[in-house]
Design a protein around this ligand. Structure first.
Ligand code: SF4
Length: 482
């Protein structure tokens, strides 16, 4: 029997036909990352907010789909039909659900809700597919709106989210895509009747979405896949065209990018490289040395007054202060009260970093957060700017002077740490990554959390952030020992 298509399956097929084929026949191969889960959760939150604009709206239960189709048709026959959420339609074997449908006398208005702050081209394709199916099912569309998050919105409190969402009429803009929809539908139906297509990995694996089958596809390239070369872009496709899937088999003179050449050399020889210049440069750093790391949270729907959607808001920091070589003291901050943590975060940071030593971070993230704190709190902006001026980013230095085959072309602290201090693996921690830390923080500030859960959650967050700064300490010791 022909496999049914849906809007999301067509969007997957437009990204990569192999992705669509696997979604239909091998969904078990998909890996949903914490980041993707978070995007889904934010999407649901924004979707719920959009629906609140229509208090008399009726939600069509999507299970089972056959009943959702019948219920939609029945309700739309009624001249007093209320706005519908998840109204379900089918045309030529393609199923779609409209986020919000507003019935009119002889036509309907469709609102497609997105939790993004930007209008992406793929959203127009989404709307074109909706339009094709809904009109094919016999309904005239008067207006087609894309509703998305307004990044200029500033939350004023009291659960007042007026202005958080803004609508754009896309009826005209979707016409070029609209003509293509039947072509896509036929193409994908035929493709699904055949064996899994052979598609090479490449930039499309992350565009417009990070594909959930990357682990499966990349693993099939071999033990040292070319995808371990950083920022490969179109070169991934060229190398595969030339028959190269394993980094070690690429001829040395084929790579012109110096970073690629270095990763290639280190992986091919299985020999780590550490340039003694790293130690020379680190020796220039005075004491006390402050190893600093921040954790932040962002909300599609801001919860603290004066904040914007998706603004990075700091709630935790960890700092190892090395007064003299090998002599450490640890300081930390974590606010799980549920109140805005930013001011306390900044003030405690200023008082703990009350010295003239360099502030060692790993990436430019802390600088960005400090800059936004300066703007938010003009009264303490000078002190914060002084910390900012003392920042020393360990990442570029590490990238310049150190490379290990097991880092697999990544200089993230979690890739580097196992090669310099394997005993400090994050595997023993309850929270093992930034996304998980955000999730844990959200649990902490949710009303009704038990005392025990709060205690365990705080411990998990504190251990995680402390591990990040300890990782920097170990890395600096490793780089500085030559
Ligand atoms: S990882 Fe890349 S090649 Fe594999 S299915 Fe996804 S997009 Fe296609």
């Amino acid at each position: 029997m022909a496999k049914k298509l849906s809007k999301s399956r067509i969007i997957s097929g437009l990204q990569c036909v192999k992705r669509l084929h696997q979604e239909v026949y091998h969904p078990e191969r998909a890996e949903i990352s914490d980041a993707t889960e978070q995007i889904f959760a934010q999407g649901n939150q924004i979707g719920d907010l959009a629906c609140q604009q229509f208090p008399n709206g009726v939600l069509i239960d999507r299970n089972p789909l056959s009943e959702a189709l019948t219920k939609t048709e029945e309700l739309l026959k009624n001249p007093d039909c209320p706005p519908l959420f998840e109204a379900t339609f089918e045309h030529e074997g393609v199923l779609v659900q409209a986020d919000i449908l507003i019935p009119g006398k002889e036509e309907v208005e469709i609102i497609e809700v997105k939790s993004s702050t930007k209008l992406k081209p793929t959203f127009l394709k989404d709307c074109a597919i909706q339009h094709w199916v809904i009109t094919g099912a016999g309904h005239r569309i008067l207006r087609m709106q894309l509703e998305h998050v307004n990044n200029q919105f500033v939350y004023k409190g009291n659960l007042n989210y007026d202005g958080l969402l803004k609508q754009v009429d896309v009826l005209e803009e979707i016409s070029p895509d609209l003509k293509q929809v039947p072509v896509w539908v036929e193409q994908f139906k035929t493709m699904l009747e055949n064996e899994e297509p052979e598609i090479k990995v490449g930039p499309h694996c992350n565009d417009p979405y990070s594909c959930s089958f990357k682990s499966h596809c990349y693993e099939s390239l071999g033990e040292w896949p070319i995808t371990d070369l950083p920022n490969l872009g179109k070169l991934a496709l060229e190398l595969q065209e030339e028959g190269h899937t394993d980094i070690r088999r690429i001829p040395e003179d084929r790579l012109s990018n110096s970073l690629h050449s270095r990763v290639h050399r280190v992986i091919s020889s299985q020999t780590p490289e550490l340039d003694p210049q790293a130690s020379v440069e680190l020796a220039k750093l005075s004491y006390p040395r402050n190893y600093l790391d921040f954790e932040t949270i962002s909300f599609a729907m801001p919860i603290w007054e004066g904040t914007r959607p998706f603004e990075q808001l700091p709630f935790q920091w960890s700092c190892h202060i090395e007064d003299s070589p090998g002599n450490f003291e640890h300081f930390e901050f974590l606010d799980t009260s549920g109140k805005p943590p930013m001011l306390d975060f900044a003030e405690k940071l200023i008082s703990s970093l009350d010295n003239d030593g360099p502030v060692i971070v790993y990436s430019s993230f802390e600088e960005v957060v400090l800059r936004s704190l300066c703007n938010r709190f003009p009264d303490i902006a000078e002190e914060l700017a002084r910390i900012q001026a003392r920042l020393f980013d360990l990442l570029p230095l590490t990238k310049k002077y150190y490379c290990h085959p097991e880092m697999r072309g990544s200089w993230s602290i979690k890739s580097v740490l196992p090669t310099v201090a394997p005993e400090l693996d994050y595997g023993d921690l309850d929270v093992q990554g930034g996304q998980a830390a955000q999730q844990k923080f959200l649990e902490m500030i949710t009303p009704g959390i038990s005392e025990n859960e709060m205690k365990q959650g705080r411990t998990a967050l504190l251990q995680y952030c402390k591990r990040d700064t300890l990782a920097m300490v170990k890395l600096a010791q490793f780089l500085g020992r030559t």
